[in-house]
Design a protein around this ligand. Structure first.
Ligand SMILES: NC(=O)c1ccc[n+]([C@@H]2O[C@H](COP(=O)([O-])OP(=O)(O)OC[C@H]3O[C@@H](n4cnc5c(N)ncnc54)[C@H](O)[C@@H]3O)[C@@H](O)[C@H]2O)c1
Length: 115
């Protein structure tokens, strides 16, 4: 018999609009994704986009989740002359939002390697 939606959803946690569901996998989508607002409110957006990501990673570590997936942004690369942007391009955030997303990437890699 195939898996029911309930079987699948009980093993996945999603942050953001979908709320928290299960604990085996984490899809971290929650953020304050506004470039201009981050320029005007860098500390407040840092709390949400950086500390929030760290909180999710810590909760994931403590609860021994198998895998965490993070929604980053092209804003980590700033303005590039060549399009489309790809992940081999130089990191060059031009806003607190871009910097905060890059810090999120660094934390994701760190937790993946260290814990
Ligand atoms: N939309 C885009 O074009 C785009 C592009 C690149 C990356 N992203 C990333 O994808 C993700 C989703 O983007 P979106 O466009 O759906 O954004 P959105 O604003 O529609 O959704 C973000 C969600 O995060 C929640 N949230 C914000 N602060 C929170 C907090 N402190 N605690 C818990 N939840 C909180 C909001 O309630 C909202 O439901 C974000 O991480 C964003 O940075 C989006």
């Amino acid at each position: 018999m195939g898996k029911t939606l309930n079987d699948i959803m009980s093993k996945i946690i999603v942050t953001g609009g979908a709320g928290f569901i299960g604990s085996h996998y984490v899809f971290h989508e929650a953020a304050f994704p506004q470039v201009q607002y981050s320029i005007e409110n860098p500390v407040e957006t840092n709390e949400i986009n950086v500390r929030g990501t760290l909180n999710v990673l810590e909760a994931s570590r403590i609860n021994k989740v198998k895998r965490a997936i993070f929604a980053s942004s092209s804003a980590v690369y700033g303005n590039q002359e060549i399009l489309p942007i790809n992940e081999n391009m130089q990191i060059n955030p031009l806003s607190p939002y871009g910097a905060q997303k890059y810090i999120g990437e660094v934390y994701m890699k760190l937790y993946s390697k260290s814990f």
